[in-house]
Design a protein around this ligand. Structure first.
Ligand code: FES
Ligand code: FES
Length: 182
């Protein structure tokens, strides 16, 4: 298996096609700088998936209900179907593709979801992971109640939520352990 890093350093990628009326925007996505020509009507999730080929971010509803499209915008979890791409101009975006440090190593959240059965079909999982990442970056030791509140905007049709809560709790513990001085 290749050990090529998943998140190579910054590079500027200019959009090749320019639709009439398109606006030029700048996004930094998973550490890469992009200059893109986008029609003002297009959603951030469309640009992430269709222009940047980052298809880990899912579209479950397009109406701000399910949270499958959640990414971090300037460090906060945002449903990327609720934002026009032009509204995100100048922002730093993190998608689920940024989580694993390389192709052999999972992020502690991903590892915990695997170990604690936090996913079944996996469709909601990218959004769950990014919402959980936002939570753990603000609160390294959240209570179950806090986890439930954070997940309020993320729907899962498979797991019944309890394994997701257990996964996030386990990931929080693993991250705290890793950060503890030896
Ligand atoms: S696709 Fe964005 S909330 Fe469902
Ligand atoms: S694992 Fe299937 S929707 Fe959540």
């Amino acid at each position: 298996m290749s050990s090529e890093p998943l998140n190579p350093g910054p590079v500027t990628v200019a959009s090749s096609s320019r639709a009439p009326g398109a606006a030029t925007i700048h996004l930094t996505v998973n550490g890469r700088a992009h200059e893109l020509a986008v029609e003002p009507r297009r959603l951030l999730v469309e640009v992430i998936r269709d222009d940047l080929d980052l298809t880990g971010t899912k579209v479950g509803c397009d109406t701000s209900q399910c949270g499958a499209c959640t990414v971090l915008v300037d460090g906060r979890a945002v449903k990327s179907c609720t934002l026009l791409a032009v509204q995100a101009d100048g922002s730093e975006i993190r998608t689920v593709e940024s989580l694993a440090p390389d192709r052999e190593t999972l992020h502690p959240l991903q590892q915990a979801f695997v170990e604690h059965h936090g996913l079944q079909c996996g469709f909601c999982t990218p959004g769950m992971l990014m919402t959980a990442l936002d939570l753990l970056e603000r609160d390294p030791d959240p209570s179950d109640e806090t986890i439930k509140l954070a997940l309020d905007g993320n729907l899962c049709r498979c797991t019944g939520y309890q394994p997701i809560i257990e996964s996030i709790r386990a990931a929080a513990e693993a991250i705290r352990d890793a950060d503890r001085p030896a």
